[in-house]
Write a protein that binds this ligand. Structure first.
Ligand SMILES: N[C@@H](CCC(=O)N[C@@H](CS)C(=O)NCC(=O)O)C(=O)O
Length: 229
């Protein structure tokens, strides 16, 4: 049984979804206990806390489980209201943040996952093209999505910055693991320089797995999916 009032995060070291929650907790200065979950033998508590998806991250606050990374980040922001705020208060700006967060999760992070799990060369090429098309959309809308300057410290980061901040680590590891090119910095100049600057902030860097470990992870992930097909 998890104790009441405690904050417990169930996660997996390589997951960017889990990293967003860690970054939010770090920015807010919340002390928490971390439980590393195995994706092949999921713990009983994880299955009980997230019966619908059985996925990490799950945050347990005061004995109450919350699943899904974006839902958790909003919960953290609403529960620990003192600044720094991760989402804007104005309803329209807030709805725009929700829209673009959903876009970044589904069209960037999930399309990278599809790429790693792809078996055939045609499938791989299609996933890369899809990722690059979505990076273009981000670049074309960068001024709307990120109206503020690049944060100079973690405390100034908004929710969308958090989602962008974990991309470089994943992109570079996938490029090396699969021997592909995903990022052409010149094509996505504004997005690229913002994500690079964000990834160097301490609150982000502190949650980043090592490049070599992530490369090994993506190679193993690719083999696992190929063997299953
Ligand atoms: N939409 C979910 C995605 C979470 C997710 O895909 N988590 C992965 C780890 S990166 C997981 O738990 N996978 C286990 C499984 O698919 O069985 C979120 O935003 O939290």
């Amino acid at each position: 049984m998890e104790e009441k009032l405690k904050v417990v995060l169930h996660g997996m070291w390589a997951s960017p979804f889990v990293r967003w929650v860690k970054i939010a907790l770090n920015i807010k200065g919340i002390t928490y206990e971390y439980v590393e979950e195995s994706m092949t033998r999921k713990g009983q508590l994880l299955l009980e806390h997230n019966p619908a998806y059985k996925k990490v991250p799950v945050l347990v606050h005061d004995g109450q489980p919350i699943a899904e990374s974006l839902v958790i980040v909003c919960y953290i922001d609403e529960t620990w209201k003192g600044s720094p705020q991760l989402l804007p208060q104005d309803p329209y700006s807030r709805s725009m943040v929700h829209f673009w967060a959903d876009f970044m999760l589904k069209q960037l992070h999930m399309s990278l996952r599809k790429l790693v799990a792809s078996h055939y060369e045609t499938e791989e090429k299609k996933s890369i093209a899809e990722f690059q098309k979505n990076m273009n959309i981000l670049e074309e809308n960068v001024e709307i999505i990120f109206p503020c300057d690049v944060p100079s410290c973690g405390q100034d980061m908004g929710m969308l910055d958090m989602l962008l901040s974990t991309l470089p680590n994943v992109i570079y590891a996938i490029e090396e693991a699969l021997n592909v090119t995903l990022m052409e910095p010149k094509k996505y100049q504004s997005t690229f320089s913002r994500m690079e600057a964000l990834s160097r902030l301490t609150v982000v860097k502190d949650t980043a797995p090592s490049h070599e470990k992530l490369v090994r992870f993506f190679r193993a992930y690719r083999h696992y999916y190929c063997d299953k097909k």
